[in-house]
Design a protein around this ligand. Sequence first.
Ligand code: BTN
Length: 292
Amino acid sequence: MTDILSSSGIKEHLNEQNKDLSIEIYPVLDSTNLTLKEKAASGAPEGTVIIAEEQTMGRGRFGRKFFSPAGTGIYMSILLRPQLEPSDSTLITTAAAVAVSEAIEEVTGASTSIKWINDIWIINPDTGKHSKICGILTEAALSSGSRYPDYIILGIGINVFEPENGFPTELLDIAASAIGSDRSIKNSNDSLTDLAQYDGSYLHNTRNRIIAAVLNKFMVYYPELTKRSFLDEYRRRSIVLGRKINVIENTLRPDVSFSATAIAIDDDCNLIVELEDGTRKSLYSGEISIRL
Ligand code: BTN
């Protein structure tokens, strides 16, 4: 059964208060984030949502590519114009991570976890292997002298079905080398996987339903981000708390890393880690991998 993206299929599952969101679906875009940036710059309203069946230049964090083959994933960007201090903008990403994790679970039954700061992982019940199924890239446009960002693009990429030809090794290799950390850890724990296989069936309308669920959930958190009502759920879903991790603090220097234990996530979504000598550090950004 083919799973077709459609604006009407999404709207069918949107809550009443979200029915007015403007949802545009394109067969192919270079990047939904880039297209939405152009629209934002020409005045598109908050709540404009751009979705593509395929991206030719899907962008990830730290300049990486995001593999975006046709027909099997969700590549969506949401335009936000929040009155949010720049220091609070992380709340958008972390609230979105909770919304996506909850949405995937609601639609497919698969239980998912959040890898700080904004990846969604799934555990294969047969092998116990953890794999990345979603990444989030939030990009802000700031103008000098203005207290709030002009706009923020919230980009979400979810691997829903297995791509027809599988996940190409050469692209996974590119993603791993863009991180520049230990490839064996990256490839065994942080590789892409197929969400639908855990569900056991290819549900009709799956992607439309996941998109609607993401929007419904995120739009509940969004108006009260600074109340942090999503944060307990973020912590509960965290796959890193209590685990030993490797940290690359500066992603421009991927060769420099250190070992630590993830202790807590504070109210600003910083990851508090304890180093081997017992000192604690608060991480605002950076790349972590879980040590087995
Ligand atoms: C990451 O894993 O580093 C973040 C990946 C974000 C991918 C999404 S797909 C939709 C939107 N458009 C893009 O070009 N990137 C984001």
